[in-house]
Design a protein around this ligand. Structure first.
Ligand code: PEP
Ligand code: MN
Length: 362
């Protein structure tokens, strides 16, 4: 893997215990000064936060959704900083956003996932903040393209920004998956190995999409030696104007952080083994998705058979499947017995499902 030479200086985490990861927390969107200050005060009291985040311009998939409060949100971020002493962070997507954020003294700018997929936008932002004293975090692009992610980091770094980091927030998936965004951890790991010394932070909120899953992802990120976490925290998550399902109450955030286990770096590095395990995890993820989708189609076929009063078992169809899948498996170097056993198990499950549908149990 090609190594990318970035010029880096450390990002201070300002925690009492410097052994802790960089912790960024705050609402998805700035909504009111009251919401910002209340959330920030509670976060500050948890003593487990380095930087307060809030989006003031929100990239929305469809028009008409809440698009952020705009410039006034930067005034509220300034109030948070004055009152709590926390560093502040917001997303910038255009040169104008970057200019305004710098004018209001925002400490950390992040480039959102939709923006980092667009080299023109990233370059425009980089040109605007050239030589400025600011920290920049670049989220992964929405599509799983490591080179595009690296390219965005390079553009910012070449503008003289050395307090630079990446945020892993997962990748869009068309198929139904367990999370809002597929983690594809191996891409974050590849980034770490391509850019030695680059802090890579995880955003478990946008990966999870549901508040109950956030701690699981956060722990996994720390287990993979991620440099920090960016977590969405809101003083009244259910009433949030964006990403309501995934935001945590400040008390729940504090509990999650308290309960996170910080692991020792292993004395003997096993990068190859770890890399292989990541590949296996990602592949299993894919197998599970495809299996679930296959069962969905079995169900549809079962319903069709019921409507048309067809026999559940269509022997010739099953024989064809077995024959050509086993041949495929053999061509791919897999044991025939293993492939057969696997297919039989899957077929049995489909037959059982369809028989239940036939008998109206489903
Ligand atoms: C956000 O952090 O609220 C956000 C919009 O993130 P992303 O760019 O990762 O979707
Ligand atoms: Mn969000």
């Amino acid at each position: 893997m090609m190594k990318i030479d970035l010029t880096l200086t450390p990002i201070e985490n300002h925690l009492e215990d410097p052994g802790w990861p960089l912790l960024i927390a705050g609402p998805c969107s700035a909504e009111s000064e009251q919401q910002m200050l209340d959330t920030a005060r509670q976060l500050k009291a948890s003593r487990r936060v380095s930087c307060f985040r809030a989006g003031v311009w929100k990239p929305r998939t469809r028009p008409g959704a809440f698009e952020g409060v705009g410039e006034i949100g930067l005034e509220w971020l300034r109030s948070v900083k004055q009152e709590t002493g926390l560093m502040t962070a917001c997303e910038v997507a255009t040169a104008e956003h970057a200019r305004l954020a710098m004018r209001y003294g925002v400490d950390v700018l992040w480039v959102g996932a939709r923006t980092s997929a667009n080299p023109f936008s990233v370059q425009e932002i980089a040109d605007t903040i050239r030589g400025c004293d600011v920290t920049v975090l670049v989220k992964n692009p929405v599509n799983p393209d490591l080179q595009l992610w690296i390219g965005a980091l390079e553009r910012v770094n070449r503008a003289g920004i050395t307090r630079l980091g990446a945020i892993h927030r997962g990748f869009s998936a068309y198929e139904k998956i367990a999370f809002r965004n597929a983690p594809l951890w191996n891409i974050a790991i590849e980034l770490k190995s391509a850019c030695p010394g680059l802090p890579v932070i995880c955003d478990p909120s946008h990966i999870a999409g549901a508040r109950d899953l956030v701690p699981l992802i956060a722990q996994k990120a720390l287990d993979l030696d991620m440099h920090g976490l960016m977590v969405e925290v809101h003083n009244n998550p259910d009433a949030a104007k964006s990403d309501a399902a995934q935001q945590l109450l400040p008390v729940d955030y504090a509990r999650m952080i308290r309960e996170l286990r910080l692991r020792e770096a292993s004395p003997r590095e096993l990068p190859t083994l770890e890399g292989y395990r990541q590949e296996i995890d990602a592949l299993d993820d894919g197998i599970m998705q495809r299996l679930a989708r296959r069962m969905e189609f079995s169900r549809k076929i079962g319903e069709y058979k019921r409507e048309n009063n067809l026999m559940v078992l269509q022997l010739s169809r099953w024989e064809d499947i077995l024959h050509n899948r086993v041949a495929m498996g053999r061509a791919m170097g897999m044991d025939e017995g293993f492939v057969k056993k696997f297919l039989e198990l899957v077929h049995e499950e489909s037959i059982n499902l369809q028989a239940e549908i036939m008998n109206g149990e489903e």
